[in-house]
Design a protein around this ligand. Structure first.
Ligand code: GLU
Length: 459
């Protein structure tokens, strides 16, 4: 068993592509087969190295490892030419000299008559020979029906009279998608073609090519579209569609994979899947026929679940990228593991976590003015707090908590009246978790220094 992911490098790895890759990958893993990555870069004008790199980075970040490849179609031109030659020699394809003008007139005529715009086979029996102005067309069978059993969509039949003679080589000799994909899927021994259903109309044409070449057919699975919140096909205008934009926004790869696997596939009511579970439970037959809707809220919820349940060590491995990016050094300050632990339950994304951990390793310049003017108005609670904190023997959160409580009791005020200014004093913006834990982690010296600064704040 062998599946493949065959992206065209004309942009980043997007959500839809990543889902296709994940399904093909999961099916290969489940079947103990192999998974191939093939870069379909024959459109040299639109393909870029930058996109190739973006696809490889995306696959790598997601952890979708491939057993073979990456293969590049541009390295197979000789092979495609040989197959086109063979089809010409066997009389299964032909040179066509129809001009663009003729084809566009034909198209308009057919449309005007309310018919399907198709090539009329004008050059099919002319026996034309090669020259640089001619394309090569495949002689699609003129009668009969192409029938295949799509693992997702079920039985599909298309009458051959609905299909025209497909161009398999352009005037410059460049092979076209339907030809290259068939040659490579055959040569690479692909048994399962899993791809977006935007290709479903190509499949009958590809099947005719397989048959003309006497090659075995793979099994086809066409995945339903992914829709944006407005019901239109997911695209850039719905927000981030690039996989790496989700990395940048602080998502964990496992959370994104978990989210993607549920886009068009389900296993009962289960929502949270480890990678191992994805592999063991995934089945092509459980893919929905209907389109799936992309829901960023749900992705965020899953990300939070993953952050909550991960080990701090695992989170630190992923946090490193953001810390390097923002040049945050965590060497001078509390152990990162402890800080991460203190933030895990309250961070929806790794970016939020990075924001939250800054106060432990960096000083801030100014207090949030609006909050400070409110919370630092009355200096009495902060002064009482400092006085008691200075008498503490052991700088531990439990002790600090008791002191906060004592201040509240002595002044006859609620916890918020002490906790809030304390939190603002330490964080600068009020965004901090358990204030006693935060104070313990920040340490006695910094805590007292920041409290002092808060007391001196002029409202
Ligand atoms: N290269 C095609 C694409 O990116 C996919 C071809 C296929 O999976 O057959 O849309």
């Amino acid at each position: 068993m062998k599946s493949r992911f065959a992206p065209s490098p004309t942009g980043c790895l997007h959500i839809g592509g990543a889902r296709t890759a994940l399904f093909a990958w999961a099916w290969a893993k489940k079947q103990k087969g192999s998974f191939v990555l093939r870069i379909e870069d024959t459109d040299v004008e639109r393909s870029t190295q930058k996109s190739v790199d973006a696809i490889l980075d995306g696959m790598n970040w997601l952890g979708l490892d491939y057993d073979e490849g990456p293969f590049y179609q541009t390295q197979h031109f000789e092979r495609y030419k040989a197959v086109i030659r063979q089809l010409l020699d066997e009389g299964k394809s032909y040179y066509c000299e129809c001009s663009k003008e003729r084809l566009s007139n034909l198209r308009e005529e057919l449309i005007a008559k309310g018919e399907k715009a198709m090539y009329d086979g004008c050059c099919r029996n002319k026996g034309l020979s090669f020259d640089h102005h001619k394309v090569v067309r495949f002689k699609n069978p003129t009668n009969g029906v192409v029938v295949f059993n799509d693992a997702v969509k079920g039985k599909i039949s298309i009458a051959n009279k609905e299909l025209d003679d497909l161009i398999i080589a352009r005037t410059d000799g460049m092979p076209t998608y339907n030809l290259t994909v068939v040659v490579d899927d055959h040569d690479m021994g692909i048994t399962h073609v899993i791809r977006g259903d935007d290709h479903i109309n190509n499949t009958p044409r590809q099947i005719n090519l397989y048959q003309a070449l006497n090659w075995n057919l793979p099994e086809f699975s066409h995945l339903p579209m992914i829709l944006g919140s407005d019901g239109a096909r997911l695209s850039k205008r719905h927000g981030a569609v690039s996989v790496m934009a989700y990395r940048d926004a602080g998502f964990l790869p496992e959370a994104l994979l978990n989210y993607l696997v549920r886009l068009g596939w389900s296993h009962g009511d289960k929502e949270v899947f480890s990678l191992d579970e994805i592999v063991s439970l995934f089945d092509l037959k459980d893919i929905n026929k209907a389109p799936a809707s992309f829901n960023e809220e749900k992705l965020l919820w899953l990300n939070q679940e993953y952050i909550k349940n991960a080990t701090p060590e695992y989170l630190i491995k992923h946090l490193e990228w953001y810390l390097n990016n923002q040049e945050i050094s965590t060497h001078n300050g509390p152990a990162l593991v402890l800080v991460v632990e203190s933030l895990q339950q309250r961070s929806k994304t790794l970016l939020e976590m990075v924001e939250g951990l800054k106060m432990f390793y960096q000083d801030f310049d100014v207090f949030d003015e609006e909050l400070a003017n409110k919370q630092f108005q009355d200096k009495v609670p902060l002064k009482a707090l400092v006085k008691k904190l200075k008498q503490l023997d052991t700088w531990k959160s439990d002790e600090i908590k008791i002191i906060i409580k004592q201040v509240c009791d002595e002044l006859g005020i609620g916890f918020g009246k002490v906790g809030q200014p304390f939190r603002l004093a330490l964080s600068g913006n009020g965004n901090a978790g358990n204030i006693d834990t935060v104070a313990e982690l920040i340490g006695e010296e910094t805590t007292l220094k920041r409290l002092d600064r808060a007391i001196k704040y002029e409202c």
